[in-house]
Design a protein around this ligand. Structure first.
Ligand SMILES: [Zn+2]
Length: 216
């Protein structure tokens, strides 16, 4: 099962990715994690990528794609993959298509998670996090036992300074601007599956499950 997943921060993409990984036994591949793993393992590509990242530069496409090619050839991708946050541009989509074809793992579906602005704003502005242990809460959806205090370590919870409606609007515009060409590219191939992610985790998961069952 070869799937791409797309959606803005706050769409529940991470939660759904974990569920897909668990249900279908395929790895979740994000370029960020891939870079970190390659650097940790000290692979040649990892070291090259690190040079760019240390200088605060974007890792060039050809390095990323070489890393993806290596990653998809690993044994845990035998049943497929769940690619997250890639491809980001039309050019990457073209190159990825060639590689996926070469490895006989063509994209079968692109899950596009969308959330109403109101709901997304509620999710983002209600988010609280513990700077001490990294736990994340939500004032209404997932409150700590004691208001403003972390359940795990007792530290004070804080709101990230960019978790505001204004910043959300900026990030969302940016997200749409970046993803539209890639989505259009896959839509033309009939691969895009729209998922209304404004609903509960259970409802969204039921939808995704139905889409993926159809693929099998
Ligand atoms: Zn904590």
């Amino acid at each position: 099962m070869n799937i791409l997943i797309m959606g803005p921060a706050g769409s529940g993409k991470g939660t759904m990715s974990s569920k897909i990984v668990e249900a279908y036994d395929i790895p979740h591949i994000s370029t960020g994690d891939m870079f970190r793993a390659a650097i940790k393992e000290g692979t040649e590509l990892g070291m090259t990528a690190k040079k760019y990242m240390d200088e605060g530069l974007l890792v060039p496409d050809e390095i990323t794609i070489a890393m993806i090619r290596e990653r998809l050839a690993q044994p845990d991708c035998q049943k497929g993959y769940l690619m997250d946050g890639y491809p980001r541009t039309l050019n990457q989509a073209h190159v990825f298509e060639e590689i996926a074809a070469e490895l006989k793992k063509p994209v079968e579906a692109v899950l596009n998670l969308t959330v109403d602005f109101e709901e997304l704003a509620n999710r983002v502005t209600g988010r609280r996090l513990c700077k001490n242990c990294g736990a994340i809460y939500h004032i209404t959806n997932f409150p700590p036992k004691q208001e403003g205090i972390c359940d795990h370590c007792g530290a004070l919870l804080v709101q990230r300074s960019d978790d505001t409606v204004e910043q959300l609007r900026v990030r969302l515009d940016e997200h749409h601007k970046n993803t539209e060409p890639v989505l259009a590219y896959y839509a033309a191939q009939g691969l895009v599956k729209e998922v209304n992610a404004s609903r509960t985790i259970e409802e969204v998961w039921a939808d995704i499950r139905a889409i993926l069952e159809d693929l099998q």
